[in-house]
Design a protein around this ligand. Structure first.
Ligand SMILES: N[C@@H](CCC(=O)N[C@@H](CS)C(=O)NCC(=O)O)C(=O)O
Length: 230
């Protein structure tokens, strides 16, 4: 039997989600990092496209050959196949269960509204059109709206949806940590700040943290600073 293999892109939110879940489940795996900053993106080689025609990571291949892509689907798959330790609240606590499965999905909204800010990477703010600037302003206000919502949620339990660490945390935490890496300051969101520190201490979050990402160190370009200065 082959080893379980997870193909990842370093620093990518979807890959990080799956790595946290694998760690939480105590599953052994071999990690294959695909480099995407090279002239030939390793996600687009013939070899990898045969495995995932979308040319994206994460992709999980189980020892017996079961293959699955899409980070959120992989989270559900892992829970179904390896129910212990569980990363879902008991269905007897229906509201926590419902929140968890909804919030696994909702974490994507924060990642999506942030996208215009990520695009500042390749652009000179001084050369941006009025409508591009407006998009950035809208993104900043959508991020604040979303963080407010998560702040209220996380105030109720140790983790997002429950006192148990769940798949909602696997899905959401990498989005939050990614934004912080790009310069997001959590000061106005005290509960989220505490939550981030709590998750950061978990072995799963430590073991899966992207290579070269040191705590409290942001990327070379502080995208939030750029966005706020517009
Ligand atoms: N919806 C997918 C998105 C996966 C995705 O966008 N992966 C990116 C890294 S963040 C990727 O592999 N990009 C490589 C490429 O586009 O060549 C998921 O959640 O798994």
């Amino acid at each position: 039997m082959d080893e379980r293999t997870i193909y990842i892109v370093n620093g990518s939110i979807p890959s990080w989600r799956v790595l946290i879940a694998l760690q939480e489940k105590g599953l052994s795996f071999s990690q294959k990092r695909l480099f995407v900053m090279r002239s030939q993106r390793e996600t687009k080689t013939t070899e990898f496209l045969t495995l995932n025609p979308r040319g994206q990571a994460p992709l999980l291949i189980e020892p017996e050959g079961t293959k699955i892509n899409e980070s959120l689907a992989i989270l559900h798959y892992l829970e179904l196949r390896y129910p212990q330790p569980s990363l879902l609240p008991s269905p007897e606590n229906l509201q926590e269960y419902a929140n968890t499965i909804a919030w696994i999905q909702e974490a994507e909204i924060l990642a999506r509204v942030y996208e215009p800010i990520e695009n500042l990477f390749g652009n000179k703010p001084s050369e941006m059109s009025k409508s591009e600037r407006e998009k950035i302003r809208q993104a900043l206000s959508a991020i604040t709206f979303n963080l407010d919502l998560w702040e209220q949620r996380v105030a109720k339990h140790t983790y997002l949806a429950s006192d148990l660490f769940t798949l909602a945390d696997c899905s959401f935490y990498p989005v939050l940590a990614y934004l912080m890496r790009r310069g997001l300051v959590l000061n106005p969101f005290l509960k989220l700040q505490e939550y981030e520190l709590r998750v950061r201490k978990r072995l799963s979050a430590q073991a899966s943290r992207p290579e070269g990402w040191h705590y409290n160190k942001i990327s070379k370009t502080n995208l939030f600073k750029l966005a706020e200065a517009l």
